[in-house]
Design a protein around this ligand. Structure first.
Ligand code: NAP
Length: 361
């Protein structure tokens, strides 16, 4: 079986480097096209300005690959079957549309099209069925073979699966208070200045709270043939997002309340333990076997100890206890540049591939 040829847009940044690193030896996809803000003779040269900061060397088959300016659509059409986009939202708005119009599927990390009801915002354990909106998207924008799918903001990766697991088990979560403590790598590379973050917590991340309160409603929404994805209306969220001096791993403290039947703590832990969804049933390679891992120790989860669980693709939850104001509270964690960025994008592409939406061109 020939591997699909994948491109990475913004391959030199924090998310782009994670794509290059995580896609090494992937059995379904191989990197054949790279793009950044300007042309370079090789990836090695392009990445030298920021430095390569993954734990292993640059994969040998990517090291010498030429890097194109991302606006070079001809090179992209020549070089790959689909692209992963790690572009910044302002650049993504224009370029992702051009790529899709030219016939290339775009699996994006950027926020540019997250609000578009015809663009699925995938967390495959929760809403794999949202890919059904792709034909309507193609009609709406006049795409022939191209399309855009996005993944949500990294801040909500840690708590959306635990919440959805409870909903899927028949408990109506109706209100959430979320306080995130987000890692430095979430701001890209070089990102936040060390002097702003060492010995400090920054209680503001531009746009993050709005995304944390809005995006879950689309993720939980339903597909309507005429309107696209219609937001779920049964959940109210209040979020506070902070930046903390942690390298990788976004932690969230969550308070939840239920409408109607309230589960016991044991029932909540059981719902999390049994949570298996379409990515697990389809055997997607980046799908963690155990999507939600509950730790009984009173001092877990911790970024340093738990961010790599399930190869960085699982959520670790802990500290479930009754809340004197809401019904329960707990703490959860996910790896922001793996599950929250490149790993999440790869899982989305694997879902599309398994569902015949990604094909050789
Ligand atoms: P970053 O480390 O600052 O990297 C920026 C990347 O964009 C570089 O590869 C840069 O290439 C490229 N770029 C800049 N201007 C460009 C242009 N005009 N055309 C093509 N490429 C251009 O940023 P990041 O953290 O990787 O974030 C990338 C995207 O992913 C953003 O949309 C962000 O919101 C999203 N995201 C990030 C995270 C995370 O944890 N970091 C999580 C989820 C989503 P040069 O090297 O040539 O400048």
């Amino acid at each position: 079986m020939r591997k699909l040829r994948a491109g990475v847009l913004a391959a030199t940044g924090a998310v782009g480097q994670n794509y290059v690193h995580l896609l090494r030896d992937h059995p379904w996809f191989e990197i054949t096209f790279l793009a950044a803000s300007k042309d370079s003779k090789s990836f090695e040269e392009a990445v030298s300005a920021r430095g390569w900061f993954m734990g292993q060397d640059i994969p040998a088959d990517v090291r010498k690959l030429r890097v194109f300016e991302a606006s070079n659509l001809e090179a992209a059409l020549d070089g790959c079957d689909f692209v992963f986009s790690a572009l910044d939202k302002d650049v993504a708005k224009d370029l992702e549309m051009k790529y899709a119009k030219a016939g290339l599927p775009v699996v994006s990390n950027a926020s540019a099209y997250r609000g578009d009801p015809f663009v699925p915002m995938l967390m495959p354990e929760i809403n794999a069925d949202h890919i059904r909106v792709i034909p309507a998207q193609q009609r709406r924008y006049g795409f022939k073979d191209g399309f855009i799918v996005v993944k949500p903001n990294c801040s909500l990766q840690s708590y959306m699966k635990p919440i959805h697991a409870l909903m899927a088990a028949g408990y109506n979560v109706d209100r959430l208070i979320v306080h995130t403590q987000q890692a430095a790598s979430g701001a890209g590379r070089p990102g936040v200045s060390a002097l702003d973050l060492i010995d400090n917590v920054v209680p503001f991340i531009s746009g993050e709270e709005e995304k944390s309160e809005r995006e879950p409603l689309k993720i939980l929404g339903s597909v309507d043939n005429d309107k696209g994805i219609v937001d779920y209306e049964g959940l109210a969220i209040s979020a506070t997002c902070t930046r903390v001096p942690v390298r990788d791993g976004h932690l969230a403290s969550v308070n939840i309340s239920f409408r109607g039947k309230k589960p016991s703590a044991d029932q909540i832990r059981l719902a999390w333990a049994l949570y298996r969804r379409e990515p697990q049933e389809l055997g997607l390679l980046f799908a963690p076997d155990q999507p939600i891992i509950y730790r009984d120790e009173p001092n877990r989860p911790q970024p340093v100890l738990d961010r790599d669980s399930g190869n960085g693709m699982a959520v670790t939850a802990g500290r479930l206890r009754e809340c004197p104001v809401f019904d329960y509270k707990f703490v959860c964690l996910s790896h922001n540049t793996v599950r929250g960025a490149a790993g999440g994008g790869i899982l989305n592409a694997e879902l599309l591939y398994a569902k015949d939406c990604l094909k050789p061109r």
